[in-house]
Design a binder for this molecule. Structure first.
Ligand SMILES: Cc1cc2nc3c(=O)[nH]c(=O)nc-3n(C[C@H](O)[C@H](O)[C@H](O)COP(=O)(O)OP(=O)(O)OC[C@H]3O[C@@H](n4cnc5c(N)ncnc54)[C@H](O)[C@@H]3O)c2cc1C
Length: 598
C-alpha cells in the first residue's frame, strides 16, 4: 500500500520553506528544538499508521448505526482514540500548566495532518475536541474551564460545535434554538440542531456541545446569538458526568463519505430539561464561535490537502507499476508496453495533482505559521499578521477543498478502472473530500466573506500586506536559476488580480452590493490561484538554492519541486486572467438570470 503522507515533503515545508526550527528562539517555545518537533511528528506517524489507517475502509463500510439506543462504531476507533490520548495530542499545544507541551500551532497542524491523511473520519473526533477546548480556553470563565477544559484536554470528554439547524445552515442569523434564563444563572435550552458531527457516540465519557442559541427576547439577527456549553451528561459536584441532560439523538445522517464521524440531528430539551451555561456575554456567540470556525477552516483546508495528497501518492504508486501501450513514436508491436508514467497525459495528471496538493500543503502550513506569529511573533507585526490571516482564511479553506477534488478525480483517472473500485482508496478519498467545500461555510459563503469583508477590511490593509509579501519574494528570487517561469507568471497574476480588484472597488458605489458581489466566486478563484502561485514560488526558490549541493534522490526531490512550480505557472496561473476580466467587468449575467428561465 502507498504511504498516506510524504514525510519528506512535510520536512521540506516545515524546515526549508518555513523556518519552524527557529521557533524555539521565542520565549513560549524556548524548551523546544527541532529534535523535539521531529520526535512529535514521528510519534504522530506511528500512531496514525497503526491505529487510524488500520480501519479506513472498515469505517466507511460499517457506518454508524444505533443498536439498543447506542451509536455503534467500528471497534478499532476506541483503540485509535486511546492511542491519540496516550500520545498527549489532545493538549499538546496548550500551556505546560495545563499538561501541554506548548507546541507551536504549525507543528500541531502537521501532527493533525497525519491523522487526516490516515483516516479523516476517525480524526474528526479529536479535531472537533481540540477546537472546542481552544474556544473554551479563550472565552469560558475560570469556573467553566475548571469543569470542562481539563477532561477535554485529557481526551476523556469530546466536543462538538452545534450551529446549524434544519432551516439555517449558511444563514445562521435565522437560528431559532432558544435559551431561557433560570434562577440559578443557567439556561434551559430548547430546539433542534442539524448536521452535528460527533453529536452522539460512546467513545468518550461525556460530550461537550458548544451550542448557538438565542436568549429569549434577544434582538433578531446575529447580534441576538449567544454561545452555551451544553454537556450530554450533567456534571456533578465531583466533576463527573451524572444524569442525562436531555440532548436527544433524533437521527443519524447517512453520508456520502466521512462516514466514521457520526453526524446527527439533535433535539435539546426533549423528555426533560436541557441545561446550558452561557459563555462570556450575551450576543457574542457568533463572534466567539468564529474563533473555533476560523481555526476549523484552516483545519478543513488541511484535511482536504491531506486527502488529495494521499490520493496522489496512491495513484503515483499505481502508475509506476502499471504497463500499458507504447509511445506514439514506437511502431514495434513486439516492444514491451511502457509504464503509464511514460505517457505525457498521465504525467500531466500526476503533475497537476502534485502542483495542487503540494501547493495546498504549503498554503495550509503557511497559514498555521501565521497563527503562531499572531501570538508569539514580533509585537509590532501582529496587527498586520492578523489581517493577512483573516484575508487568507477563506482561501485556505476553499482552495484545497476544491482543487483536491480535482486532484482526486485525476487520481482516479490515472488508475483507470482500478481507481473506480473499492480495491483502491482513491474513490473513498474522493467521496470524503466532497464534504470539504460544504461544511464550515460553503464555497459560496467563503467567496462572499473574501470579497465582501476581507478584501476591504481595515482599509484593505490585509491585501496590502499580502501584496508586499508576494512582492518581497518576487524580488528575493530574481537571480535564481530555474524559477523564471513561475516568477513571471506570478508577477502577471498579481498585476491582473490587483488591477481587477482596484477596478471593481472603484465602481463599487455605483454597482451597489448585489452586483459588486455577484462574481465573488471569481475573486476566490483569482486570489486562490495567485496565492498558491506564490506558495509555488516560495518552494521553487528553496529548491533552486539547494539543488546545486544535492545529489541522487535529494536532487530529484528539488527538481520535482521546480518542475511542479513550472507546471503551475504554465498550466494553471494563466487561468487567473479569465477570472480577473470577469470580475473587473462586473459582469451581470448571473444577477440578471431569472428563476423562471431555468
Ligand atoms: C457531513 C456534514 C457535517 C457537518 N458538521 C457540522 C457540525 O459539526 N456543526 C454544525 O453546526 N454544522 C455542521 N454541518 C453543517 C454545514 O456547516 C452546513 O451544511 C453548511 O453550512 C451549509 O448549510 P446548508 O446545508 O443548510 O446549505 P444551505 O445554507 O441551504 O446552502 C445551499 C446552497 O446555497 C448557497 N447559499 C446559501 N446562502 C447563500 C448566500 N447568502 N449567498 C450565496 N449562496 C448561498 C450555499 O453556498 C449552498 O451552495 C455539517 C454538514 C455536513 C454535510
Amino acid at each position: 500500500m502507498a504511504p498516506f503522507l510524504s514525510r519528506r515533503d512535510l520536512q521540506f515545508q516545515l524546515y526549508e520553506v518555513l523556518d519552524t526550527a527557529a521557533l524555539p528562539s521565542r520565549p513560549r517555545f524556548a524548551e523546544h528544538s527541532r529534535e523535539v518537533y521531529d520526535d512529535v511528528l514521528n510519534l504522530a506517524y506511528s500512531v496514525a499508521e497503526r491505529y487510524f489507517a488500520n480501519h479506513l475502509r472498515e469505517a466507511d463500510l460499517h457506518e454508524p448505526h444505533v443498536v439498543d439506543g447506542k451509536v455503534k462504531l467500528p471497534p478499532q476507533m476506541e483503540g485509535a482514540m486511546r492511542a491519540f490520548r496516550d500520545a498527549g495530542f489532545f493538549s499538546a499545544h496548550h500551556d505546560e500548566e495545563l499538561g501541554g507541551l506548548q507546541l507551536p500551532w504549525v507543528v500541531m497542524q502537521a501532527v493533525q495532518a497525519h491523522f487526516q491523511a490516515a483516516n479523516i473520519s476517525t480524526s474528526g473526533y479529536p479535531f472537533l475536541t481540540i477546537g472546542n477546548a481552544n474556544l473554551l480556553r479563550e472565552f469560558a470563565s475560570e469556573e467553566q474551564q475548571a469543569k470542562y477544559l481539563t477532561p477535554l484536554l485529557e481526551g476523556r470528554w469530546f466536543g462538538t460545535m452545534a450551529l446549524s439547524e434544519p432551516h439555517a445552515g449558511s444563514g445562521l442569523a435565522d437560528i431559532t434554538t432558544t435559551a431561557t434564563p433560570k434562577e440559578d444563572g443557567t439556561y434551559a435550552i430548547t430546539g433542534t440542531k442539524m448536521w452535528i458531527s460527533g453529536g452522539e457516540h460512546e467513545l468518550s465519557e461525556n460530550i461537550v456541545h458548544l451550542v448557538l442559541a438565542r436568549i429569549k427576547s434577544a434582538p433578531a439577527g446575529v447580534r441576538g446569538i449567544s454561545l452555551f456549553i451544553v454537556p450530554r451528561y450533567r456534571v456533578g459536584p465531583d466533576g463527573q458526568p451524572g444524569e442525562s441532560n436531555h440532548v436527544v439523538l433524533a437521527g443519524l445522517n447517512h453520508k456520502m463519505g466521512y462516514r466514521g464521524t457520526t453526524n446527527t440531528l439533535l433535539n435539546f430539551g426533549e423528555g426533560g430539561e436541557t441545561v446550558g451555561e452561557l459563555v462570556g456575554e450575551p450576543g457574542q456567540g457568533l463572534a466567539q464561535m468564529f474563533r473555533m470556525m476560523n481555526e476549523a477552516r484552516i483545519g478543513v483546508g488541511m484535511g482536504a490537502v491531506m486527502l488529495g495528497y494521499a490520493g496522489y501518492l496512491a495513484s503515483l504508486e499505481y502508475a509506476r507499476d502499471r504497463r500499458q501501450g507504447r509511445l506514439p513514436g514506437n511502431k514495434d508491436p513486439h516492444a514491451e508496453p511502457v509504464p503509464i508514467t511514460g505517457h505525457p497525459d498521465v504525467r500531466r495528471m500526476l503533475l497537476r495533482q502534485k502542483s495542487f496538493v503540494e501547493g495546498g500543503l504549503a498554503l495550509g502550513l503557511y497559514a498555521s505559521s501565521l497563527v503562531d506569529d499572531l501570538h508569539t511573533g514580533p509585537e509590532e507585526e501582529r496587527a498586520d499578521t492578523g489581517l493577512l490571516l483573516d484575508l487568507l482564511t477563506p482561501i485556505v479553506k476553499s482552495w484545497p477543498s476544491k482543487y483536491s477534488q480535482e486532484a482526486l478525480s485525476d487520481a482516479i483517472q490515472v488508475m483507470g478502472g482500478a481507481g473506480y473500485t473499492r480495491d483502491s482508496p482513491v474513490e473513498l478519498y474522493y467521496r470524503d473530500n466532497r464534504l470539504n467545500p460544504i461544511h464550515e461555510g460553503t464555497e459560496g459563503i467563503q467567496a462572499l466573506d473574501l470579497l465582501g469583508r476581507k478584501v476591504t477590511q481595515s482599509g484593505g490593509r490585509g491585501l496590502t500586506v499580502l501584496l508586499e509579501r508576494m512582492s518581497a519574494d518576487l524580488t528575493a528570487s530574481g537571480d535564481l536559476e530555474g524559477v523564471a517561469e513561475i516568477r513571471a507568471a506570478l508577477a502577471t497574476a498579481v498585476a491582473q488580480s490587483t488591477a481587477a480588484l482596484r477596478g471593481l472597488l472603484a465602481q463599487a458605489p455605483a454597482l451597489g452590493p448585489d452586483r459588486f458581489l455577484a462574481n465573488a466566486h471569481s475573486a476566490l478563484e483569482m486570489l486562490g490561484h495567485t496565492v498558491v502561485g506564490w506558495m509555488w514560488l516560495r518552494q521553487a526558490a528553496v529548491a533552486a538554492r539547494k539543488l546545486p549541493e544535492a545529489r541522487g534522490e535529494g536532487a530529484d526531490f528539488y527538481r520535482g519541486k521546480l518542475h511542479a512550480a513550472r507546471f503551475f505557472a504554465v498550466h494553471e496561473l494563466p487561468k487567473v486572467k479569465a477570472h480577473a476580466d470577469l470580475l473587473a467587468s462586473a459582469d451581470p449575467t448571473t444577477l440578471e438570470m431569472q428563476e423562471a428561465w431555468f
